[in-house]
Design a protein around this ligand. Structure first.
Ligand code: DC
Length: 230
């Protein structure tokens, strides 16, 4: 009997390695991998570029028409074999990963109008199943009936060091303290915002990967997937 194609939701705190884990699961299953955080980052990048964010505030008057004209999506990079974030069909994968975007993305992700637009698009991407999507509200809002829901967490200091290394490899010089402060602030905003706050779905399975390698995480998840695709 052929395996069922399922939806896998990977939620959790920032810099827990959700995307790396989700990407690997998708590769193993031959599924589509979508990093929903990249979509919030793309909107944030676009707002910064158009000077529609100042002093940590989004220009709410111009937001509706600006959002309506914005095309947020993904394009397959055949060389890397992965989907890269696009803004109006232009790849913005590197531009959305800067600390400047990270510092503003939580306030943008807290705006209901932004979430509505992106959730609609995310649900469309999952229409045919066979998808692994990572984010904050995938198991609770985007795909409440996903067959497998994972909720990832790790100690803040461990997450900050992982993120600092990642930024350093990209040539961004930031201190551990700066990164830790950004992570703690984002955790707080993500968990306390009114619109779809970060929370574990009742039927999600928790994975604390503070002291686990990616290989160990893959072994851990294998059985859970097997049970669901049968
Ligand atoms: O996963 P990330 O750190 O790249 O996400 C960037 C921001 O977007 C993060 O602060 C929370 C927000 N986000 C969200 O609110 N909902 C999602 N489904 C994904 C990300």
């Amino acid at each position: 009997m052929e395996n069922k194609r399922i939806v896998i939701a990977v939620d959790g705190f920032s810099s827990c390695g959700k995307s790396s884990f989700a990407k690997l699961i998708a590769k193993k299953l031959g599924y589509l991998f979508i990093d929903s955080g990249a979509m919030y980052r793309t909107v944030t990048y676009a707002l910064i570029k158009e000077n529609l964010i100042s002093n940590g505030k989004v220009n709410m008057e111009q937001l509706p028409s600006f959002l309506a004209s914005l095309k947020v999506g993904f394009k397959l990079n055949p060389e890397l074999g992965k989907h890269e974030a696009t803004l109006n069909d232009v790849v913005v994968e590197n531009a959305i990963r800067t600390l400047e975007v990270s510092n503003h993305v939580s306030i943008v992700a807290a705006i209901p109008m932004v979430r509505e637009k992106l959730v609609r698009e995310q649900q469309r991407l999952g229409e045919d199943k066979g998808i692994v999507m990572d984010g904050r509200d995938i198991g609770t809002v985007v795909f409440p009936s996903a067959e497998l829901k994972l909720f990832m967490t790790a100690e803040p200091k461990i997450r900050a060091e992982r993120r600092r290394l990642e930024l350093e490899q990209k040539g961004e010089q930031v201190t551990f303290e700066e990164v830790l402060a950004n992570i703690e602030e984002r955790d707080h905003i993500d968990q306390t915002r009114d619109a779809s706050p970060l929370r574990k779905a009742n039927d999600a399975i928790v994975l604390d990967n503070s002291h686990m390698t990616i290989e160990e995480q893959m072994v851990w998840v294998e059985k859970l997937i097997e049970e669901r695709v049968k």
